[in-house]
Write a protein that binds this ligand. Sequence first.
Ligand code: DAH
Length: 354
Amino acid sequence: MNLALFWGIINLENMTEINLESLKIEAKKELENSSDLRQLEEVSKRYLGKQGEIARILRSLDGLPKEKRAAIGKQANDFKNFINLKIEEKTKELKEKSGRGLGSKEWIDITAPGRKPSVGHLHPLTLTRRKIEEIFQTMGFSIIEGPEVENEWYNFDALNIPKDHPARDAWDTFYLKNGMLLRTHTSPVQIRFMEKNNPPFRVIVPGRIFRHEATDPSHEFDFNQLEGLMVGEDISAANFKAVIEEFYRRFFGKQVKIRLIPSFFPFTEPSFQVDMSCVNCGGKGCPACKHTGWLEMMGAGMVHPNVFKYAGLNPKGLTGFAFGMGLERLAMMKYKISDIRLFRGGDLRFLQQF
Ligand code: DAH
């Protein structure tokens, strides 16, 4: 046997043994120090991969005698098994740790039932207002708005309700320290609009109003009205009746009868109270209509010439109708709500029904 080769074999043999021992220690350390799955993958590649340490050792066995080859091959295999086992353990440990660390943030359990996102929806008064606006818009009315804090001129004087006139008592008013007030109705917006626009026109004014009143199932101190105003030449009470009847038919989705009863408002002449046949019983009589078959729905009338004048328009040859209705009342009729205070009570059991 060639001596050099002999020594060479001895050397390779010794080297392999030393290498395997120190490799094992090194690999163990590297595996233990791996702090995530990617690092672990790298270590695995370094030892078990095609170009890895074990493959290198196995390749170097070629020149060795059979028994030696078998012995070192076995050691290399043990080493391989050792690393595989360690990697398996470490993988499990890292996975558990990452699952725990991320908590519910990223840990996906694909078998868990889905979580339903809670979706909000519109308040019944918003639904009602939008429906009303849509109906009037298709009849050629524009939607306008006005301020909730008003002065006495717009809220009263310009509506033909002078200071000290007893009619002011009909509107229990919140006065502010600066001489302003919280509007008691949406009618002042009639004046504000007519100051800036020439007839013919048709508008509606949805808006919040305030009354100094005690609350009960049918009264609030802070509620909403819907004002209407149509002005031009030859506008008559018959036009009013047709518009309102059509509005109710579309709003309630069925034919309703209305009747006009003489009434008084300083800003209209003549004035009417508008009653509608009870949508609950169809006019037969029930608790909702106090067994009369009729529901009082709004105030209305033909615009008083003084109102045109106060708004800066020449009343000559000018006619128009105006009306004002409670938004809550309409919503209560449509959805069969028995207490006006529910709208602002914030009770989810009520609100979630819409
Ligand atoms: N503003 C009145 C109120 O709050 C309702 C009203 C009556 C409005 C007659 C009108 C109308 O436009 O013509 O009680």
